[in-house]
Ligand binder design. Sequence first.
Ligand SMILES: [Cu+2]
Length: 307
Amino acid sequence: MNLLKLTVIVGCSAALLGGCNNTDDARGPNVFDVTAIGLTLQGPSEIPEGWTTIRFVNQSGMIHLAMFDVPPDGIDAFQMKRELVKPYQDYLDALIEGNDEGMQTALGGFPSWLPDLYFFGGPGLLSSGYTSAATVNLKPGLYVLECYVKTNGIWHTYNPSPDQLGMVLEIRVIDSDTPTSPPPHGATLAIRNDSLELTQGTLKPGINQIKVEFIEQQAFENFLGNDVHVVKLNEDADLARASDWMDWRKPEGLQTPSPVTFLGGLNDMPEGSVGYFTVDLSPGDFAFITESPDPINQGLVLRFSID
Ligand SMILES: [Cu+2]
């Protein structure tokens, strides 16, 4: 084996989560680590545009996710905190108290720019001690990565201290001429408003790179939309527990600790978008599941097994 070939092989295996391409002009996605430590997200503050893999390392003792928010021009993470996360926490407080009037007041405090904010993927629900990755194609601009899991009725996104952010990481994506390309994938998952479907490829033991096509997108009553997460099923009741946990409006919904183990996924993206995520699968039973008000009855669950 000559040195050049050896270098290529080493380069490819090092890029396990980021991809390895056979063509000369494509180098796969850029890869960055974001680590959950306590109630913080730690990672880069500035990255180049293009296909980008966020490798999500959960070193926190709790379950988390990391969703990209794309706020309108001029809105940064602290303004989001003051104008959106605070009223959202007020809404949750009123919901927990059963205070309908308080909920309406909180809704009235949501900012006028909210309809212009959209979600753009990022790593899905991931239990403590696990690592996963999600890949999307980022354009230049300001992105805010957030975890909105709850603990004791408080969003992880929300830090009551005025000069501190919660589980929020502001990332500026800057212009770059360096080409990137999407990662290779072994299976394709299509998301529609009433189904999750594997349309191509198979799932295998070990690390799977899954392409996700957001064929349809919708707005649920919980303000979120179609996405996908992988849950490990150890007994038949686990799927019902996972489905029940997926609605944050329930007192224990999306609240730590989760009743089941999640292995990653891909958060909401606009209709027509494509993203990727990796999940490390050992033999056993699993399901793809959407974080929606009632995924089982909405058809937004797909069970699978690994032999
Ligand atoms: Cu969190």
